[in-house]
Design a binder for this molecule. Structure first.
Ligand SMILES: *[C@@H]1O[C@H](CO)[C@@H](O)[C@H](O)[C@H]1NC(C)=O
Ligand SMILES: *[C@@H]1O[C@H](CO)[C@@H](O)[C@H](O)[C@H]1NC(C)=O
Ligand SMILES: *[C@@H]1O[C@H](CO)[C@@H](O)[C@H](O)[C@H]1NC(C)=O
Length: 856
């Protein structure tokens, strides 16, 4: 149901995009009858046939000469020293000191290192650039070889112009030309992929954005076996970019990628490759989401303590290591074991270190077993931890991680751990029996071990068990186990579920389900086809352009986090209060980064893959007309959809705001209040802003009411009385209460969130109180001031009148008594007998006024 609604709103939000794409489609159809017909087109691109012909005539046997030139150029290039990026790797810093360091560095570069700006390189067409001598030489050689239609030369030149390898300045137009030459020369898949990418994004203004052509080139490359293009084509068919949605096509291409992914996964040591997906993360999440900590969905409400490891809600990994080390020295075996796993897996910022991990695991194991395997202590707690360590030690032996592979040693460790019922040991033993590693091959024993581990919710064991059931033909039991394993994102389980759905084994074929699972499998194996690591590195190096391009490539392949990252980098409206925007030396964004249209496209795609924050962001773009004509109704639709997920306080607050101001919806204070209240319900952290908005809203509503405005004012909500709950209802509610909080994996034990949030609420409450008091005090001060002004004014008036009457008296004495002499201090006719707005304190009326006795 929710999905339905999402889609409906999507239709609304995407209308202009779709219309555009359709328009493009009809335009391209003329050029491209054969792909639409579904036939397999020739591998060569249909463009620039004349140039191909020209090349095919000249220099058939000059290939060797040209390739010699390429070799020469390559050796020159490889010997070139590539200077490091100027901001020599600003490590991820946090806190006050880190921030000050950052700005100090920026200031330093601004003041003393004002070299020529490099941004101009990004504008295509500026070919008159001085290259360093060896680079110029190499380029000269390559250009010579390129004239001989040497593919390697063409490819290298294209890459250098596109990625800026070997410090070559970027020139997207030139890169496009070279790729295009290469693609038409021999249908090179890599070149076709790049052309497809350039058409899809219109990057650097090399070519106009053209989704139909993009799909065409990606399809060529995909047919040639290019994994990235297969994934791109799959994603485009999956979400209908530049083509109508086509589930079968999407499943077809995603299956290609998934097959490769699973083949790679199984190619690993016993148990397969491990996919940690360390590189796939959203940049915004590191900072608590696009709206900041607490305001974004990723870091508020239920997600409050699940944000990235570098965000405020989690301790720094170095601190964790330090703490664990301290505990470990004090003899805490659990801490020692955690240190082992941390080093075994590695973290986002640190590579795994098997030797160190092994040392920690050995320490733990030695506390429980003597060398001959006899048990040293009766302590059950120590036994459990030691068994876990034994599992890891055996696993490392089995897989040959940081040591030589040894089935015997592995078996020893697993048998030890088995005595304490350790799931990892059970699973690994099952694996050994299944494949006959150092033991007699015995699937039945293997299944027994898997079953024991599976009962302890050990994911890999569930997946293998499912596979065994599937082999036996028991599809429904198999699916049950796969579903269990899929909860924890097991790649094999995903793959089996995809295959089952795609082939309709034991259940009806479901293309949609199959595609979804294939997509998950494909994206799990990000290491084999995505540019995430390079993108992350470039971003951390402060090289936004490279990071942008690399994230964009992953985004085109359908990675939601890459789409969010691209949009985040392109988003120029991050925060009004960012310090960067106040700095006098604010870095001018390079032209590549100034692309609001592209930002909106990627917010949209990310939102379409259920990123709520992106959805709200998209609403913002429509609201303010960034990259698109402002459209209040679409903005409202986006906010509405985001609000319906019950997760985004920001969306509800925005909804309240547009209802308050009547943008794209009818102005309605009552509804606005409802949304503000809901925002608070969704996210308690929003207490202060919501209360302030509500105060303002109440004032406006009050004014509206007393001026008889047309807007629907706030009406008192009927109070839901608690007594209406019958006892039975209450009881059933109580029994069915779904525990709303999800606790992370047990491994996160040492990253427990801060104890309670109540303390925060107290602070917020007191802040509001103080604010109210301040406001009242301010109002009082103003009134006092006002009164004084009035009094002063009055006194001056009096003095003036006195003077006047005195001069008049003098004049009157001169000219005769024509007028009655004015009595000093007597009220002038028409003037109130009051000493100003309020009576003066020495006025006899003052006492009465203070007592409230004087009616004004
Ligand atoms: C190819 O090499 C031959 C000699 O081997 C030469 O005569 C010819 O001009 C060369 N072609 C080109 C295009 O350089
Ligand atoms: C494309 O051409 C380059 C250079 O000749 C080569 O290294 C690459 O392997 C080719 N790619 C494909 C898919 O053939
Ligand atoms: C050029 O650099 C990019 C990344 O910066 C890399 O992916 C690509 O393989 C490089 N190309 C060549 C020919 O070295």
């Amino acid at each position: 149901m929710k999905v339905r609604l999402l889609h409906l709103t999507w239709a609304l939000c995407l209308f202009s995009g779709v219309a555009h794409a359709l328009f493009e489609r009809t335009a391209i159809k003329k050029n491209l009858p054969q792909t639409e017909a579904g036939g397999t087109p020739a591998a060569a691109a249909p463009e620039s046939t004349e140039s191909v012909a020209k090349w095919q005539q000249g220099g058939k046997d000059n290939g060797s000469q040209a390739s010699v030139a390429v070799q020469e150029a390559l050796s020159i290039l490889r010997n070139m020293r590539t200077p490091k990026n100027r901001l020599a790797r600003l490590e991820e810093t946090s806190g006050f000191v880190g921030t000050s360091m950052y700005y100090a560095k920026e200031a330093f570069f601004f003041l003393f290192m004002n070299g020529p700006r490099t941004d101009d390189y990004l504008q295509t067409g500026s070919s008159e650039l001085r290259l360093s001598k060896p680079l110029a030489e190499a380029v000269h050689l390559l250009e010579g070889a390129a004239k001989e239609r040497e593919p390697d030369a063409l490819f290298l030149l294209a890459e250098m112009n596109f990625f800026g390898n070997y410090t070559h300045p970027r020139n997207y137009k030139e890169a496009f030309r070279r790729y295009n030459d290469l693609a038409s020369l021999n249908g090179n898949g890599s070149a076709q992929h790049m052309i497809g990418f350039m058409y899809a994004t219109g990057i650097g203004g090399a070519v106009g954005r053209d989704q139909a052509k993009a799909l065409m080139y990606h399809t060529f490359a995909a047919l040639g076996g290019n994994t990235k293009s297969q994934m791109t084509a799959a994603y485009r068919h999956h979400s209908g970019i530049g083509t109508p949605r086509n589930c079968n096509e999407a499943a077809y291409w995603y299956k290609h990628v998934a097959d490769k992914a699973i083949a790679f996964s199984r190619s690993g040591p016993p148990g397969g490759q491990i996919f940690q997906q360390k590189h796939v993360y959203r940049l915004a999440d590191e900072k608590g989401g696009v709206y900041g900590e607490g305001a974004s969905v990723v870091s508020s409400g239920l997600n409050a303590n699940k944000a990235g490891p570098n965000s405020d809600s989690h301790a720094n990994i170095d601190d964790v290591l330090e703490y664990l080390d301290l505990m470990s020295r004090k003899g805490d075996l659990k801490a020692t074991f955690s240190l082992g796993t941390l080093h075994y897996d590695g973290t986002r910022t640190t590579k795994h270190n098997w030797k160190t991990a092994r040392a920690y695991f050995r320490i733990v194991a030695r506390k429980y077993w003597a060398r001959d395997g006899s048990v040293l202590t009766e302590d059950h707690g120590i036994g459990r931890v030691a068994s876990k360590a034994a599992g890891y030690l055996g696993r490392m032996s089995l897989r040959g991680e940081g040591m030589e592979q040894s089935f015997e040693k592995a078996l020893v460790w697993f048998k030890r751990g088995l005595a304490n019922g350790d799931a990892l040991c059970q699973y690994e033993l099952g694996l050994m029996y299944l494949n006959g590693f150092g033991v007699r091959k015995d699937p039945v024993t293997a299944a027994d071990y898997f079953k024991e581990a599976a009962n302890q919710d050990f994911t890999s064991a569930q997946s293998y068990l499912g596979q065994l059931f599937l082999d036996q033909g028991d599809v429904s039991t198999a699916i049950r186990y796969f579903d269990l394993a899929a909860r924890h994102g097991h790649i094999e389980a995903f793959y089996h579920l995809a295959e089952i759905s795609n082939n309709g084994i034991g259940r009806e074929r479901s293309c949609g389900v199959a595609t979804a699972y294939y997509k998950l499998v494909a994206e799990k194996a990000e290491t084999i086809h995505s540019s995430f690591p390079e993108a992350n590195e470039a971003y951390n190096d402060g090289d936004s352009e490279t990071a942008l391009v690399k994230y964009m490539m992953a985004a085109e392949q359908g990675y939601e986090s890459a789409q969010a990252n691209v949009a985040y980098i392109l988003d120029e409206y991050k925060s009004i209060f960012s310090l960067d925007s106040l700095l006098p030396w604010k870095k001018q964004r390079s032209s590549l980064l100034q692309n609001t249209v592209l930002a909106l496209i990627y917010w949209t795609r990310s939102a379409k893959q259920s990123n709520i924050d992106s959805m709200v962001k998209m609403g913002d773009y429509y609201l303010r007309g960034h990259g698109v004509e402002a459209d209040m109704e679409k903005a409202a639709a986006c906010y509405q959809t985001a609000a319906e997920t019950h997760q985004s306080a920001q969306a509800r607050w925005n909804l309240g705001w547009i209802h308050e101001n009547g943008l794209g919806v009818e102005q309605d204070f009552h509804l606005a209040k409802r949304f503000y209240d809901q925002a608070l319900e969704t996210n308690q952290e929003a207490y202060l802003p919501v209360k302030m908005s509500l105060m303002k809203l109440r004032l406006r509503s009050f004014w509206n009411t007393i001026t008889r405005g047309k807007v629907n004012s706030i009406q008192p909500d009927p109070k839901p009385s608690k007594k209406e709950f019958s006892f039975n209802e209450w009881l059933s509610n109580f029994l069915e209460d779904p525990h709303p909080y999800y606790h992370g994996a047990e491994d996160d034990d040492f990253l427990e969130p801060s104890p309670e949030n109540d303390y925060m609420d107290d602070i917020d409450e007191s802040i509001v109180e103080s604010l109210v008091i301040l406001a009242l005090a301010g109002a009082l001060a103003f009134l006092v001031y006002y009164r004084q002004q009035r009094q002063n004014h009055h006194r001056r008036e009096m003095e003036r009148q006195q003077q006047q009457s005195q001069t008049q008296q003098q004049q009157g004495a001169d000219q005769g008594p024509e007028q009655p002499a004015a009595i000093p201090n007597a009220p002038v006719p028409g003037q109130q007998a009051d000493g100003g707005f309020f009576p003066a304190p020495d006025d006899p009326n003052f006492g009465q006024w203070v007592a409230g006795g004087v009616g004004h």
